[in-house]
Every structure is written in structure tokens, then in C-alpha cells.
Design a protein around this ligand. Structure first.
Ligand SMILES: NC(=O)c1ccc[n+]([C@@H]2O[C@H](COP(=O)([O-])OP(=O)(O)OC[C@H]3O[C@@H](n4cnc5c(N)ncnc54)[C@H](OP(=O)(O)O)[C@@H]3O)[C@@H](O)[C@H]2O)c1
Length: 263
């Protein structure tokens, strides 16, 4: 049912998430890759079927194109006839629906922006429908992809912002977790424990913001007692300009994404 061209990082995350969410059985996922051994590795690990690109397209009604942005238009041009009646899901950053539909006006395109935590069904998957997508296509797409985390339809003009805020930020958060664990080790904790505690603190804090829908500043105030230890740490973060650094890191990522989009 789901064909995947490209057996790289994001494909693996999506396959793992779909199997975890039990929306598809591994027998219903077929994957191909330029270098076939990568598809075979996914086959061994997840029980999905490895095949070539043509077989992936012919055997499936919905095709995930998970190749690098520079390869995407080539793939669409090469297989445009075979892809004409399929639902095509692109994950490529910087390639617009218009760019893809310009290859062939009949193509049914859904442009998405997933992040790697889709692997544990805690990701974000933002999407935009192309002009030829009909209700039945939307239903198939939602059935397969909606359980990977936050599933949200957006305006295409916002996809580069979503990409830097959700696609790039996991790397930033991993760096913060690593730094937190360094602090734990400095305080005498074992590395493994320090990493687990830090990861859980980040997960729990994110969950509090997401589930309570309270403003992060209100939640912050609830942890901060007068003349206590938390305010000492917060003051240190402010004096080191952490807030400004976070804003500019995300904005730099956004600017780079915009540059890719214009190429
Ligand atoms: N990684 C992320 O966090 C993330 C998040 C959101 C979106 N994306 C998007 O996802 C796409 C893939 O990224 P990635 O990180 O997964 O890259 P990746 O690990 O390099 O995977 C891309 C795969 O596509 C294969 N490929 C290239 N041309 C092909 C073709 N003509 N036919 C079959 N397979 C082909 C490559 O095979 P070879 O290695 O054999 O060349 C490679 O295994 C990109 O467009 C990126 O913008 C990634």
C-alpha cells in the first residue's frame, strides 16, 4: 500500500513510526533506494519489502518520495507517467508544490515536513495539499501518517518556518540535553543517569507546555521560588544570553532553508 523511494534517515524514522502506530503492517510497505543495500537493510530491520523504484510505484497507491531535494525533480521527471495516478508524498525541504506540479500538471502531490521524532510517534508532520488531491487521497494519507505525532495542515508560505522550528530543532535540543548531562556528571552523577534525567526533564517540560496549554512563562514562574535555586540558574541563563541565542539559532536555520528554497 505504501511505497517509499529513498531509504535514508527520514524514511527509517517514518517506517518505524508507522509500524509503532500499527496503522500499516510491514507487509504493506515497499521501499527502494539508489544503492539497493540500504533498502535491504530496512527490510531486514523492519520486515518491509525491498524492491526497485518501478516496482515500488507500480505496486502501491501512495508513494513517499524521501530523496534529497536535489534528486526529487529528477525522480518526478523520470517516473512521471507511472506516478500520474498515485498520491505522491514529498518530504523534501525547499521544493514547492508548484515546482513539483510543473513537472507534470496531472501529478497528485502532498508536500510534508516531518521531523525525526515521528520515529516514536512524538513528531510533527505538517502538510500542504496540491491542486489535484481529492477527498479519497486525503483519507488514505491521513490514515497512514496522522498517528506519527502532531499532524497539522498549514499554509505553504509557512512551511520553511515550520521546518526550522521542528525539523532542525531536535538537533538543538539534543545539544542542550548533552550539555545538561555534562552538568550532571560535573555534579557527580553517572553519565547514563545524567542523560536519562536530562532527557526526561526536557520531555516532561515539553509535555507540560503542550498538554496544559499554559504559557511557558507561567509554568516557569511555578518552578521559581523567591531567592531559591531555580532563579539563580535562570539569572545565569539570562546573563549568558541564552534566550537570544536560541532565537538566532532558529532564525539562522530558517534563513538557510529559505536560501535552499530559492535555488
Ligand atoms: N533527516 C531529517 O530530519 C529530515 C526532516 C524533514 C525532511 N527531510 C527531507 O527528507 C529527504 C531525505 O532526507 P534524509 O535525511 O533521509 O536523506 P538521506 O539519509 O540521504 O536519504 C536519501 C536517500 O535517497 C536515496 N536516493 C537518492 N536518489 C534516489 C533515487 N533516484 N532513487 C532511489 N533512491 C534515491 C539515497 O540513496 P544513496 O545513498 O544510495 O544515494 C539515500 O539513501 C530530504 O529531501 C530532506 O529534505 C529530512
Amino acid at each position: 500500500m505504501l511505497g517509499i523511494i529513498g531509504a535514508g534517515n527520514i524514511s527509517e524514522a517514518i517506517i518505524a513510526g508507522i509500524l509503532k502506530s500499527k496503522t500499516l503492517d510491514c507487509k504493506n510497505i515497499v521501499v527502494s533506494n539508489y544503492n539497493q543495500s540500504k533498502a535491504e537493510k530496512l527490510s531486514l530491520k523492519y520486515g518491509v519489502t525491498a524492491a526497485d523504484n518501478i516496482e515500488v510505484i507500480k505496486k502501491n497507491s501512495i508513494i513517499l518520495l524521501a530523496v534529497k531535494p536535489y534528486a526529487l525533480i529528477n525522480v518526478l521527471e523520470l517516473y512521471q507517467n507511472e506516478l500520474a495516478d498515485k498520491v505522491i508524498v514529498s518530504v523534501a525541504s525547499g521544493i514547492s508544490i508548484n515546482d513539483m506540479e510543473n513537472v507534470n500538471k496531472r501529478l497528485k502531490i502532498i508536500r510534508t515536513m516531518p521531523n525525526t521524532p515521528v520515529q516514536i510517534c512524538k513528531g510533527v508532520l505538517a502538510y500542504v495539499y496540491g491542486a489535484n488531491i481529492v477527498e479519497n487521497d486525503k483519507n488514505i494519507f491521513k490514515t497512514i501518517f496522522s498517528k506519527l505525532g502532531m499532524f497539522i495542515e498549514i499554509d505553504e508560505s509557512k512551511i520553511d518556518a515550520v521546518s526550522s522550528l521542528t525539523g532542525c530543532s531536535p538537533a538543538f535540543i539534543y545539544q542542550i540535553i548533552e550539555a545538561m548531562s555534562d552538568a550532571g556528571v560535573k555534579m557527580g552523577l553517572q553519565r547514563e543517569l545524567a542523560i536519562s534525567l536530562s532527557a526526561m526533564a526536557v520531555q516532561g517540560s515539553g509535555g507540560m507546555v503542550y498538554n496544559t496549554e499554559m504559557h511557558p512563562a507561567v509554568l516557569k514562574d511555578k518552578v521559581t521560588s523567591p531567592a531559591g535555586s531555580t532563579i539563580e540558574g535562570l539569572a545565569e541563563l539570562e546573563s549568558k544570553g541564552v534566550r537570544g541565542a536560541v532565537i538566532s539559532a532558529l532564525y539562522k536555520a530558517y534563513e538557510k532553508t529559505l536560501l535552499f528554497s530559492k535555488k
